[in-house]
Design a binder for this molecule. Structure first.
Ligand code: TYM
Length: 340
């Protein structure tokens, strides 16, 4: 069976973008793939994390996976730092990837800003660890939001270069010519790039200035309704065709969110709401968002309160992850020429 890997960083409260772009899409893949869902705590510390927050967010993300419908007995749910092979393979990849590849990453450039002399070395090498996450399991498909596309292209570049650099050793170890698979990015559908509610040109993110710009998964019903009501929009009514959303980024964003939350297409949503104003659409969107998110938030709260149970789930997931990772890492050591 084909294998899926995805991960989320415990570096802030989960928001609607994380839910629509990633978490909710993890659930149906369990029917068709072997699924591995990770909490990437080692990625989180590439920028400073308060250790107590890191721990709390780690539990919160694992709980969100489960509350949204990921079954911890069918899927593997674990936190990255419990499987040390992630670090080991990322070191090998640090020696395969080129400085120039990393320097071109737009997320690095955004995060490093003007003063890249002062960011951590880990932040620069971030995509190399991400490639290790995926290739340690020879995962063939990765469900993510739009913003991760470039990192996954780099993952393919690393796989290709490793396969090429060690061609001879890979053959003599008994593999055909490809050791690592060329992983596919799964990022199509509505809401693959959820925007800030206050600025239709910016993505919704864990770090936002205005606290009305982001809907968090743990927000209460009233707060969700308030944020949607206050969302920035143009004054025009909704169009009846998708083409009418061009050059209307805020309208396009809200329609995309509605479509994703209701498992419909944007066309179908406009078929229902075309010609209506925001006074009709926003309350309908708020009701829909609350009806989807509130039960998940309740279940998350219940799960995180039981740390013993969460620890058990993460430990069991890590053991099952290791069982897949260890033989692959053993092959890598052998291919590279490390003596055991
Ligand atoms: P992270 O933690 O920033 O985000 C987690 C997931 O949420 C998606 N996402 C969004 N989707 C739609 N609209 C948005 N506004 C939005 N914001 C975030 C992200 O695309 C992602 O799918 N580097 C990754 C974590 C990672 C990973 C991996 C992912 C580490 N190793 C291996 C896949 C496979 C990250 O920082 O995601």
């Amino acid at each position: 069976t084909p294998r899926v890997f995805s991960g989320i960083k415990p570096s802030g409260d989960l928001h609607l973008g994380n839910y629509l772009g990633a978490i909710r899409r993890f659930v149906p893949l369990q029917e068709t793939h072997e699924t591995i869902y990770c909490v990437v705590d080692m990625h989180a510390i590439t920028v400073w994390q308060d250790p107590e927050d890191l721990r709390r967010w780690t539990y919160e993300i694992a709980a969100a996976y489960i509350a949204a419908g990921v079954d911890p007995t069918r899927s593997i749910i674990f936190n990255q730092s419990q499987v040390m092979e992630h670090a080991e393979l990322s070191w090998v990849f640090n020696c395969v990837a080129r400085m120039g590849w990393m320097a071109r990453m737009t997320q690095f450039k955004d995060k490093a800003g003007e003063n890249s002399e002062n960011v951590s070395l880990g932040l620069f090498a971030y995509p190399s660890l991400m490639a290790a996450d995926i290739l340690l399991y020879k995962a063939t498909a990765v469900p993510v939001g739009e913003d991760q596309r470039q990192h996954l292209e780099l993952t393919r570049d690393i796989a290709k270069k490793f396969n090429h650099d060690f061609k001879k050793q890979i053959k003599s170890a008994g593999f055909k010519d490809e050791f690592f698979p060329i992983t596919e990015t799964l990022a199509t559908g509505p809401a693959m790039r959820v925007k800030s509610l206050k600025d239709g040109t910016k993505k919704m993110s864990k770090s936002e200035a205005s606290d009305l710009a982001t809907i968090y998964m743990m927000d209460g019903a009233d707060l969700i309704a308030k944020k949607i009501k206050r969302a920035t929009t143009d004054p025009a009514a909704l169009p009846s065709e998708v083409a009418g959303l061009a050059d209307r980024p805020e309208a396009e964003n809200l329609v995309g969110i509605y479509a994703a939350l209701s498992n419909r297409t944007a066309e179908a949503v406009l078929g229902e709401f075309g010609g209506q104003g925001w006074g009709v659409f926003k309350p309908a969107l708020a009701d829909l968002a609350v009806s989807v998110l509130a039960p998940i938030a309740d279940e998350m709260a219940r799960l995180v309160a039981d740390r013993g149970e969460m620890d058990r789930i993460l430990r069991d997931g890590a053991a099952r992850a290791r069982a897949i990772a260890q033989p692959i890492m053993a092959d890598v050591r052998n291919i590279v020429g490390f003596v055991r």
